[in-house]
Design a protein. Structure first.
Length: 405
């Protein structure tokens, strides 16, 4: 066998890349993988934004299926076929949603009929608070500024908004400006409602959401009835020991996601029921609507204690309720939130899923930017599901530790 020697050996050595360095014209393998990961992440984010209606619908269907799965499993244990059990559970859920919507519609209709009174009560409250602040400022000015240096107020100058409002000219404003020639056409002003204008502007988006929402019951039914088939088909992607690992990981992910979603839903229902009953006892108007809003807003991480007090606070102020009713409503909302987060949450949800505050805040910002209001609602369940995936996949456990508390 011929050997290389002399000039041929030197040329061959020159063509070989130095030890530890990649060939010329090719990036290092690590940098190339990082670049591919960045490009893939950008493509995923763009796809989530472009097809957000589809992803929102699918995510909502998955969450509802996780909530209804225990009821389907209960019917399957009593020898009911899974397809029929899924149909029965979905039908009962739709009926419950229908009657809940009827109750909420009645409450909202009553609220809409009293909007003028609400505005007047709120304006009176804000005006009284402004007058008190103005009186405090005047007292501080008289105390700090000597009497000889105090500016003399002009005649007929009132300190309160009521006095200033009384000085304004009453009656309808002239339609034709002064100095206009005879026969001038009066100016016509069209007063638009901002809510109506916003709904007209968002009509196309609302139609798309309504169209996709009609698919949610079908998706939920198929996810429940075809659960076993989907589970087995997913395991066929793996062979040997990897299949057992995938099965254990899938069960762990489903258990964690169900514990988080179902646990939060159960706590929200309990808080809404107890809040509605307590608000009815203290004679707060619209207790069903206010209690439901306060109960479910209480589940918002870190801001729930403040958001839970907004519905009873606004309701008491808008309806002109006594101070004792306002104080009791806010106290009940805060107390229920503290009991839920410190007693019910560890028992119902447990220590299976924990997210640190930084990750929660970033996820709310990220999904709120991508999917608007729906993203704010779905951000926490999606992040909890991602953490469950990372905790059960060996190569992603470090990311799970970053997401955890």
């Amino acid at each position: 066998m011929a050997t290389l020697n002399g000039p041929v050996l030197e040329v061959a050595r020159e063509r070989e890349p130095p030890e530890g360095k990649p060939p010329e014209g090719k990036p290092p393998e690590g940098k190339q993988s990082y670049a591919l990961n960045i490009v893939a992440t950008g493509v995923i984010v763009a796809l989530l934004y472009w097809a957000r209606i589809v992803f929102i619908t699918a995510t909502l269907a998955i969450i509802i299926a996780l909530i209804l799965e225990p009821f389907v499993g209960l019917l399957v244990r009593i020898r009911l076929p899974r397809g029929l059990a899924s149909l029965v559970v979905c039908a009962v859920a739709l009926l419950a949603l229908y009657f809940t919507g009827l109750g909420a519609y009645g409450q909202i209709s009553s609220v809409a009929g009293e909007v003028p009174a609400f505005k007047e009560n709120l304006a009176t409250f804000v005006e009284s608070v402004s007058d008190r602040i103005q009186s405090v400022e005047d007292a501080g000015a008289r105390f700090l500024v000597p009497a000889r240096r105090q500016p003399v107020p002009p005649p007929n100058a009132g300190n309160s908004k009521k006095t200033r409002r009384a000085q304004l000219p009453q009656g309808p404003l002239p339609a034709i400006p002064p100095g206009a020639p005879p026969g001038a056409i009066p100016e016509v002003r069209i007063h638009s409602d901002p809510i109506t204008d916003y709904l007209y502007a968002q009509l196309g988006t609302l139609y798309q959401f309504a169209l996709m929402a009609s698919f949610v019951p079908l998706l939920v039914y198929f996810m429940l009835s075809w659960r076993d088939h989907l589970y087995k088909s997913f395991l066929y992607f793996f062979d040997g020991a990897d299949r057992n690992t995938a099965a254990r990981s899938l069960q762990g992910i489903a258990g964690m996601a169900r514990a988080f979603v179902v646990g939060n839903f159960m706590i929200g229902v309990m808080l809404a029921s107890v809040s509605s009953a307590l608000f009815a006892v203290i004679h707060l108007q619209y207790p069903f609507l206010i209690g439901a809003l306060s109960g479910f807003l209480s589940l918002v991480p870190y801001a729930g204690i403040f958001l839970a007090t907004l519905p009873p606070l606004l309701a008491a102020l808008a309806t002109g309720a006594p101070s004792a009713t306002l104080l009791l409503g806010v106290t009940f909302a805060v107390g229920l939130h503290l009991i839920a987060m410190n007693v019910l949450y560890p028992v119902v949800v447990g220590a299976r899923v924990h997210l640190n505050p930084l990750v929660v805040t970033i996820s709310l910002m990220f999904f709120g930017f991508l999917w608007d209001a729906a993203g704010l609602v779905l951000a926490i369940p999606i992040t909890a599901g991602l953490k469950a995936v990372c905790d059960n996949v060996a190569g992603l456990k470090n990311y799970g530790r970053i997401l955890g508390d």
